[in-house]
Design a protein around this ligand. Structure first.
Ligand code: PLP
Length: 486
């Protein structure tokens, strides 16, 4: 199995060679040359597998250049009840992504699939924990090391740090805006005492952090010498790891392959739902893939109108579902590639237009850039939007009627899912975080605190280890060089 770039101007490479990288050299995103297919007989056999064994079956189809025995050891180490232990009443850690019924509504069943039982209480652990083990394995094989450098406003940075802590050959340098994250998120990251984790609190806002990452990454000589890499949401292995739980959710919700299910996915950078698209392309009987956005509705606008219009950072709203606050959806290009019939020349032209004019229009209307919007429904995609008042109302409604406290992102998902129900087709809403992470909004909605999983009770009181720094690229480079010794 080889991987091609959406922009069509990079060499096709095997899984191991794209594992540690981000964008392809031509600026595109990697996708498999063709999607591996899953037969009905395979699906039947997969019904009884544990999560780790299912992950192995899915990964085997994508990581064809890693020996199966090695992959097996990696998934067994990753998907264990010790790692995914933050379950609530009625859930079992051994299931890794427990599925439960939320409600019967409009002639169908709405279910929640918990993806947030990992160490940082958000779905990013599902992929990042595997990446940590895969990176360590690959680096050891090549006697190489890697210094991960990134910026975070919360979920991604903590998931990366908890995945990489204590890993041989890996250091993490993570920038975050000083005093701008919630107390809980700050404590989660800064309480890590592992010597390979470096938290840098930048005096500025998130954009200042991102600018520093860009400036350092643009210094190619420094980047090569310091062996700098990233683990952002376009990383292909992250997407593949996420494909597994769509299979898991489907198999847990159905008894025969004749049945279809739909998924609603709280979406930001389109990484999570992109994995659903891939599962569907592999033959998983998914009816709809519903993208739920917050006030930052770039994706909802596209799926309603065919117009993709990225926002400037000044136009990006800071919302109470902050992990979905995006100005453009970085994985969206992967779906566009398929929608355009894998015509990379057209894709290049459209994304050039994003750079120069801020977007493109596939509505088919006079003067538009194409009419592919008409084909979007064939891929199962539809969408909806949820704003702060919807979020509060949904959290209240679900707490009152079902006794379940939703996190803010998942509340956006439930709100939108309810608008896309088909009688007889089970709707699975992906639960992307636990409410304890976004307690401020839970208090606003319910006038009470969200429950904290065991072990998190006093996290804010733990000793913290971090460095405060001016938003200064030279200082940053010096800090990295001093700690890598390279
Ligand atoms: C990252 C994140 C999302 C958005 O996921 P994408 O893959 O960027 O679409 C949604 N909810 C939570 C809690 C997240 O951390």
């Amino acid at each position: 199995m080889h991987y091609v770039s959406t922009r069509g101007q990079s060499a096709a490479l095997p899984f191991s060679e794209i594992l540690l990288g981000g964008l392809a050299p031509d600026g595109g995103l990697y996708l498999p040359e063709t999607y591996p297919q899953v037969s009905g007989a395979e699906l039947d056999a997969w019904r009884k597998l544990s999560y780790a064994d299912l992950a192995l079956e899915v990964l085997k189809k994508f990581a064809t250049d890693i020996p199966v025995a090695d992959l097996q050891a990696l998934v067994k180490k990753t998907y264990t009840a010790e790692v995914y232990r933050n379950v609530r009443a009625g859930e079992s850690a051994a299931e890794i992504t427990p599925l439960r019924v939320l409600e019967q509504r409009d002639g169908t069943t709405v279910m929640l699939q918990a993806l947030s039982n990992g160490p940082t209480l958000a779905f990013k652990d599902m992929a990042m924990q595997l990446i940590g083990n895969l990176f360590e394995y690959t680096l050891a094989k090549n006697h190489a090391e890697l210094n991960i450098f990134g910026a975070t406003s919360g979920d991604t940075g903590s998931a990366a740090e908890y995945a990489m802590r204590g890993k041989r050959g890996i250091r993490v340098f993570m920038l975050s805006p000083h005093k701008k994250m919630s107390a809980f998120q700050t404590a989660q990251m800064f309480s890590l005492q592992d010597p390979n984790i470096f938290n840098i609190a930048v005096e500025g806002v998130f954009d200042d952090c991102q600018d520093m990452v860009k400036a350092v990454s643009n210094d190619l000589e420094f980047k090569a010498r310091q062996k700098i890499g990233t683990v952002n949401s376009i990383n292909w292995a992250r997407v593949v790891a996420q494909v597994v739980y769509y299979f898991r959710g489907y198999l847990a919700a159905t008894t025969s392959n004749e049945q279809k299910v739909s998924f609603t996915v709280p979406s930001g950078n389109f990484g999570n739902i992109c994995a659903g698209h891939i599962a569907r392309m592999m033959g998983l009987p998914i009816d709809k893939l519903v993208a739920a956005t917050n006030e930052n509705d770039v994706l909802d606008e596209f799926f309603r109108t065919g117009i993709y219009r990225v926002r400037k950072s000044a136009e990006t709203y800071h919302t109470s579902s902050p992990s979905m606050d995006i100005s453009k959806a970085s994985n969206f290009e992967r779906f566009m590639f398929d929608l355009l019939g894998r015509d990379s020349e057209r894709l290049r032209a459209l994304f050039h237009k994003v750079e120069t004019e801020g977007g493109f229009d596939l509505s088919g209307k006079p003067g538009s850039d194409g009419d592919e919007f008409a084909k979007v429904a064939q891929y199962g995609f539809c969408s909806g939007k949820s704003v702060h008042t919807d979020r509060l109302a949904t959290i209240r409604d679900v707490a009152q009627h079902h006794g379940v406290i939703l996190d803010t992102h998942t509340a956006d998902g439930v709100k939108v899912a309810r608008e896309h129900l088909t009688p007889g087709v089970t709707m699975i809403v992906l639960e992307t975080a636990l409410p304890a992470k976004f307690n401020e909004t839970i208090v606003e909605a319910l006038k009470r605190d969200a429950d904290r999983p065991a072990g998190f009770e006093n996290i804010e009181a733990l000793p913290q280890r971090f460095e405060v720094m001016h938003a200064d690229v030279a200082l940053m480079k010096d800090f990295i060089a001093r700690h890598t010794g390279l």
